[in-house]
Design a protein around this ligand. Structure first.
Ligand SMILES: *Cc1c(COP(=O)(O)O)cnc(C)c1O
Length: 442
């Protein structure tokens, strides 16, 4: 098997996600990379090239490819139970995972509902919130609020609370639109304003909206601390504190979508913990299975759970997916949580994040770089340029330096696996800076 052979067959038979397939045709195309194997932070193609996975394979891989500890746990699980229906049956991995996640969330989100992907977790949280109010006799609460620039997935229901025109506009007639309120994105600070000022300004806009419409609003959904998919927009935890207070005052649920920012990505196990708040719903996916298997979880409180607990079946939450609570995926998640505990990963990441920051710091003075920013294991900067092909050209230049990075528009970002070594971190930063220069001169 060679790269070009598999590439040709893939382009003929596979409809790739989030891709205009025609961009893969012609000489100027970004070549599709056929991956033969992976080990640690490295991916290997069929022609013997390697690439450092600087984006954790779409933000899912935490502890490297083919991690020996996760592999061993999965092998063991394979010989015990691969999957069983989770309606009417249960199994050890799903029980243990639920208990451990609830403990990690401070013991107040003690009910875990399972699905297979992030968008489904979003939809479950939205449906549960809506149904909660209905069961409580508040049929008027039917609307959802999201932040401008939000991304919560791309199924028709999740697109309602996703504010990215490129993903949404074509489907507008299908979507029951939510209301959008101001983002606390710290880049919006005007001269003399701090990130906290921007957060307070955005919270004031939220207050204004809720003051007028709270009786119709079921929930506010936010991505805590970093709005990832719309370009790593980072904001101060003050916004989450104020939003929590407003949601309490106006009887509105707070949904924290930690599909991307959870699992230690921002420096704490859950991002919302940096604001010392508790959401009513917590959505997890991506990194929770270590990047191995599709798994998502919605955690919620006794209060929400209690509104569904009834003699009438119709008041229950009658939602399901065939692979709900898949045993292999849950076992991969348990092995992932074991690594967090055994290796004290949150502490170790602090040093790794500092190293990443030191490496990128020269870019703060680069004439074409703006808003160099970082929150834990996410770093990003914006590049001044008006080439609509910047992202693809940067990607090609990075691949030529053995690095896999995919800028979002003009925002270059880093979301590496947590097993990046000192040398690999330097390799990643040096390669990215060289790729940036090569992209800007061309
Ligand atoms: C990726 C992502 C989703 C959607 O998850 P999928 O598994 O891709 O459906 C939802 N919310 C956030 C914040 C995400 O980053």
């Amino acid at each position: 098997m060679s790269n070009s052979d598999l590439r040709q067959r893939s382009l003929a038979a596979v409809w790739h996600p989030c891709t205009q397939m025609k961009q893969h045709a012609g000489d100027q195309a970004v070549a599709m990379i056929p991956i033969a194997s992976g080990k640690g932070v490295w991916l290997y193609d069929f022609d013997g090239h390697r690439y450092l996975d600087g984006i954790s394979s779409w933000w899912v891989n935490l502890f490297g490819h083919c991690n020996p500890r996760i592999n061993a746990a999965l092998r063991e699980q394979l010989d015990q139970l691969e999957h069983v229906i989770l309606a009417g049956c249960t199994h050890r991995p799903v029980v243990e995972l639920s208990e451990r996640l609830s403990a990690l969330a401070g013991g107040k989100l003690g009910h875990c509902f399972y699905a297979s992907d992030g968008a489904s977790a979003t939809e479950i949280a939205l449906k549960m919130s809506f149904h909660y109010w209905r069961n409580r006799g508040r049929q008027d609460k039917q609307e959802f609020l999201c932040l401008s620039g939000s991304y919560h997935g791309e199924t028709v229901g999740a697109l309602a609370v996703t504010d990215v025109a490129l993903f949404k506009d074509a489907y507008a007639p299908l979507i029951r639109a939510a209301s959008t309120v101001a983002t606390p994105d710290a880049r919006l600070a005007s001269d003399g304003e701090t990130a906290v000022d921007v957060a307070r300004r955005a919270a004031a806009a939220l207050e204004n909206h809720l003051e007028q419409h709270h009786h119709r609003v079921a929930a506010l959904i936010v991505e805590p601390l970093v709005q990832c998919a719309s370009g790593m927009a980072m904001y101060d935890p003050e916004y989450l504190r104020l939003a929590r207070q407003l949601c309490d005052r106006y009887e509105v649920h707070l949904i924290c979508d930690e599909i991307a920012v959870g699992c230690g990505r921002t420096g704490t196990f859950f991002a919302h913990q940096q604001a010392a708040i508790r959401p009513d719903f917590l959505c997890l996916s991506k990194g929770i299975s270590g990047g191995y298997l599709p798994l998502s979880i919605v955690l919620t409180s006794d209060q929400v759970y209690g509104a569904f607990y009834d003699d009438r079946i119709s008041r229950g939450f009658l939602h399901s997916h065939s692979y709900t609570g898949n045993a292999l995926a849950c076992r991969a998640a348990l092995a992932t949580l074991d690594i967090f505990a055994d290796d004290r990963v949150i502490d170790a990441n602090r040093l790794l994040a500092e190293q990443l920051a030191r490496g990128l710091s020269p870019l703060a003075d680069h004439p074409r770089v703006r808003h160099l920013r970082q929150r834990g294991m996410i770093a990003a900067f914006d590049v001044l340029n008006d080439d609509p092909g910047f992202s693809e050209r940067f990607c090609r230049n990075a691949l030529a330096r053995e690095i896999l990075l995919r800028p979002i528009g003009n925002t270059v970002y880093f979301m590496p696996p947590y097993v990046l070594s000192h040398d690999e971190c330097e390799f990643l930063v040096a390669g990215a800076i060289a790729a940036l220069e090569a992209t800007l001169v061309a």
